[in-house]
Design a protein around this ligand. Structure first.
Ligand code: COA
Length: 322
């Protein structure tokens, strides 16, 4: 048995901040942001109640309703996030409580923008081994609380939101998947947690914010995604042209066009919502998937290639039949 997606859901905060709004905060312009990234606006949380847990729960409820399963039928809940509301409990346990998914083992995954793919990989392995039969996988981020709003090189890039899928063990669905990481390039994209602090050592209590070497991430993504595709297509009869849609992490439209060019494929195969949502990290792929699903763009039997990449460095990919 393997992973098959049977329901999708997403949540985007109502508050929209445009590029012109960004230009009120830092020295930037709509023109710079659009031409370098393709981003036109982003959704941002705008109350203390609208936090990571809240967004994850909304997305999960919608996915669950679409799947037809009841909360107590869920065996495992995985939440991919780097911006949970608590160090403990995990966001997944908070979601479990809100859904009353009383039978679900629940835990978080920290793999930055590749987190949702790590979630799919993990659940697929559980299904193949027979350990579990149903799952909710959520990507959620409130990156707006960990970016430095005076740093124009990062604050204009990110947005908040959540996407979720419900999956069940089935004979169809996932064809192949992979995940990987390279900690030797850990310093390319960072945000420090609390530093050592006890009666014997005291360090600065200043909070750290997201730091990114954008060009390194850009090069890494454009190299890694085609490598992942090649690996997953090996052993199948499919070619890159056979893939109906490439649902890639929505970091930057130029990354998508560079990958499409490298693969010699038309942009119609690379759906994108980065213009409306910015980079929502682990949430970007399930949000995009839910939007396409609800608009009826995903048809039964479609061949999808999913790939996420980001801090760690981390990457993940999946080839699946809808
Ligand atoms: N507005 C105006 N100017 C800005 C700016 C902004 N928001 N952000 C940076 N700049 C300036 C820089 O200060 C620099 O100025 P200088 O030449 O006077 O020093 C100039 O623009 C070029 O900066 P650079 O960082 O070299 O730009 P870039 O062409 O590499 O584009 C990114 C920056 C972040 C858009 C690009 O590297 C990128 O998209 N990388 C991918 C990163 C990503 O998406 N990561 C997501 C994590 S998965």
């Amino acid at each position: 048995m393997r992973l098959k997606i049977i329901g999708t859901g997403s949540y985007l905060p109502e508050k929209i901040a445009t590029n012109d709004d960004m230009a009120q905060l830092v020295e930037t312009s709509d023109e710079w942001i659009r031409t370098r990234t393709g981003i036109g606006q982003r959704h941002l949380v705008s109350s203390s109640e609208e936090n990571t847990t809240y967004m994850a729960v909304q997305a999960a409820k919608r996915a669950l309703a679409a799947s037809g399963l009841r909360a107590e039928e869920i065996d495992v809940i995985l939440v991919a996030t780097v911006s949970g509301d608590y160090v403990t409990p995990s966001t997944a346990c908070m979601v479990q409580r809100e859904l009353q998914a009383v039978n679900a083992a629940s835990f978080d995954i920290n793999a930055a923008c590749a987190g949702f793919l790590f979630g799919l990989n993990t659940v697929d392995a559980y299904f193949r081994s027979g350990i579990y039969k149903t799952a909710i996988i959520i990507g959620v981020e409130t990156l707006s609380k960990i970016v430095d709003w005076s740093d124009r090189s990062t604050c204009v890039l990110f947005g908040d939101g959540a996407g979720a899928v419900v999956a069940k063990a089935d004979e169809n669905g996932m064809l192949a998947c992979l995940q990987g990481s390279d900690g030797t390039h850990a310093d390319v994209l960072t945000c420090k947690a609390r530093t050592n602090n006890n009666p014997y050592i005291s360090t600065s209590k200043e909070l750290d914010y997201v730091y990114m070497n954008g060009q390194e991430v850009f090069k890494f993504a454009v190299r890694k995604v085609p490598e992942c595709l090649e690996l997953l297509l090996q052993g199948t009869d499919f070619s890159p042209e056979d893939v109906d849609y490439y649902l890639l992490h929505q970091a930057n439209y130029r990354i998508l066009t560079s990958i499409a060019k490298k693969l010699n494929l038309p942009m119609e195969k690379f759906p994108s919502n980065v213009d409306r949502c910015g980079n929502t990290s682990a949430a970007s792929i399930p949000i995009l998937m839910d939007e396409m699903n609800r608009q009826g763009q995903l048809k039964e039997g479609n061949l999808l290639f999913l790939s996420g990449f980001g801090g760690g460095l981390t990457w993940g990919a999946a080839l699946l039949k809808w």
